[in-house]
Design a protein around this ligand. Structure first.
Ligand SMILES: Cc1cc2nc3c(=O)[nH]c(=O)nc-3n(C[C@H](O)[C@H](O)[C@H](O)COP(=O)(O)OP(=O)(O)OC[C@H]3O[C@@H](n4cnc5c(N)ncnc54)[C@H](O)[C@@H]3O)c2cc1C
Length: 494
């Protein structure tokens, strides 16, 4: 991470006083070590750092005033939602203010006619569905962390979930945003309509990992619940057959509501934990959900069953009741904690590959597993080609964390090599920051950096994230001016 700025740390008492003047509510400025401790990491718990202070504002005007102050006084800022991120995006900095969005927790408006819901960023993902389900609506993107993660964090990471194959990721379900810039300006982008005039700023902000501004209000699309949804469990003797079945389902023009895959270690760990009724004698399990009018669902279940049979399925079971469908899903949704029971620590990787390369990448992972001497279990959003290898290790054993990280890096490099990318939904954060050059050329990176600088010239918003850290120490800023782009020729670049 960038070195803490000692001149900022020397002003800590003044900064605390300034924050208390802007956000006077009791307990809204946290400065004591014990109370700062819960903010020291996000879901990437291998990395921890106490923030300088934490502030919990409750309205947009306060955020604007905080950011204006930070801009004028050159103080770094780390936005934070629920802290469930898995790539270290909300990791604090010793000289930065962590701004927690947890008091922005209200649903502001439900516009049934326009099928839109306006919420504050601290509302949980599931909270949106809870607010509209009494009229048979729901919010489609459904990260497994949806009970806890905030919609603001979902925007920042462009989060996905099991239903995103058919209904799109966060970016496909956001209609409008309010965002405060580091200068304290309040921008309103989009609205309740499907498109808006001007540059597609929403496309830039969604997935920007807290580097461009702080999102303070969000308008999302809500959908009518499908008339019927049924889930199928399909078991295969090997991963190749399961992967082929995924590719064939899509190639036949069927887009399931969800199309997930688990390998043998994941199936066994999950069944042991949740008792979802998963078969234990298969090497690869598909969970396929078909939704829509009942007559269409029945037809598609038959077609998917035929395709699975052609691909060599050795197990098939179809949910007969809503409870059974929920039980099938509860296994998949609890796969991460299930792996957590098998190993003191695990890292959840996130990469994307073309669907057709699934079995190559799984074979590669077995080679890496032996090379690094660590176990791996796999759950995937198979329809999207989004992999989640869970690498198991014990942080108390010297060198195991480093081996787990090297294993993860090998997997991500392989994803890029086969035509995929570094992240499907968890973002880059600090976790994959140094792998960015595997994916982007120097020119690509420069253009992304220029975009960052257009919003935040002094790099005060969430520094040390996304861009390789060499760029955090002043070099990045020089790229803003083309005439000095070749400064520091002696520093090795990617
Ligand atoms: C068990 C488990 C399962 C998960 N499953 C999934 C899954 O299926 N799919 C998936 O996509 N992810 C998943 N995740 C990852 C995580 O839940 C998502 O990335 C989520 O969107 C993070 O939301 P958060 O509120 O916790 O954000 P945080 O972790 O607090 O922050 C994430 C990033 O967002 C930025 N940020 C937060 N709020 C704002 C704001 N208002 N304005 C600007 N920037 C902001 C932060 O600076 C940070 O960079 C899972 C995590 C866990 C622990």
């Amino acid at each position: 991470m960038p070195e803490p700025d000692s001149s900022v740390l020397a002003r800590r008492t003044d900064i605390i006083a300034a924050m208390r003047a802007i956000v006077p509510a009791s307990g809204a400025v946290i400065a004591e070590e014990d109370a700062l401790r819960p903010y020291e990491c996000d879901g990437l718990m291998a990395y921890r750092q106490l923030p300088m202070i934490v502030v919990l504002p409750e309205n947009t005007a306060q955020i604007a005033a905080i950011l204006k102050y930070c801009h004028q006084n050159k103080i770094r800022v780390v936005p934070r939602g629920a802290g469930t991120g898995l790539s270290g995006g909300a990791l604090p900095m010793a000289d930065a203010i962590t701004i927690s969005m947890m008091k922005f927790n209200r649903v502001l408006d439900i516009d049934w006619d326009n099928r839109a819901c306006v919420v504050q960023p601290g509302v949980t993902n599931l909270g949106i569905t809870r607010a509209v389900e009494h009229r048979d609506f729901y919010y489609a993107p459904d990260p497994s962390s949806q009970i806890a993660c905030s919609i603001g964090g979902n925007i920042a990471e462009n989060s996905g979930g099991v239903h995103c194959l058919k209904y799109g990721l966060t970016t496909n379900n956001v209609l409008g945003l309010e965002m405060v810039t580091i200068e304290g300006d309040i921008l309103r982008i989009g609205g309740k309509a499907l498109d808006s005039a001007g540059y597609d700023l929403m496309g830039i902000i969604t997935g920007s990992e807290g580097l461009l501004g702080i999102v303070t209000e969000i308008t999302v699309r809500i959908l009518r619940k499908p008339e019927t949804a049924r889930a199928m469990l399909l078991g295969f003797p090997d991963n190749q057959a399961g992967g082929d079945c995924v590719a064939k389902i899509i190639a036949n023009g069927i887009i399931p509501g969800g199309l997930e895959m688990m390998d043998a270690p994941a199936i066994r760990a999950t069944e042991d934990f949740v008792h979802a009724g998963y078969p234990l004698d298969v090497e690869s399990l598909l969970l396929v959900e078909l939704d829509g009018p009942a007559i269409e669902v029945d037809h598609l279940i038959e077609r998917v069953g035929d395709i699975a049979h052609q691909c060599g399925a050795v197990y098939s079971r179809i949910s007969e009741t809503e409870e059974e469908r929920a039980l099938f899903w509860s296994g998949r949704k609890n796969a991460f904690p299930a792996i957590g029971r098998m190993s003191p620590d695990y890292i959840c990787m996130d990469g994307t590959i073309p669907r057709g390369r699934l079995s190559d990448v799984l074979t590669g992972m077995q080679v890496f597993s032996q090379r690094h001497g660590l176990r791996v279990a796999n759950v995937f959003h198979a329809g999207d080609g989004n992999l989640h290898p869970l690498i198991m290790f014990d942080a108390n054993q010297p060198g195991e964390l480093e081996r787990a990280e090297a294993f993860g890096a090998d997997i991500l490099k392989l994803c890029v090599e086969v035509g995929g990318c570094l992240s499907g939904e968890h973002g880059i954060g600090i976790e994959k920051r140094d792998l960015m050059p595997e994916m982007f050329s120097e020119d690509d990176m420069k253009h992304q950096e220029r975009l960052k600088l257009a919003f935040d010239e002094d790099q005060l918003l969430n520094p040390g994230k996304v861009f390789p850290v060499l760029h955090g120490c002043g070099e990045l800023k020089t790229l803003h001016a083309r005439s000095v782009a070749n400064k520091f020729p002696d520093i090795p670049r990617f």
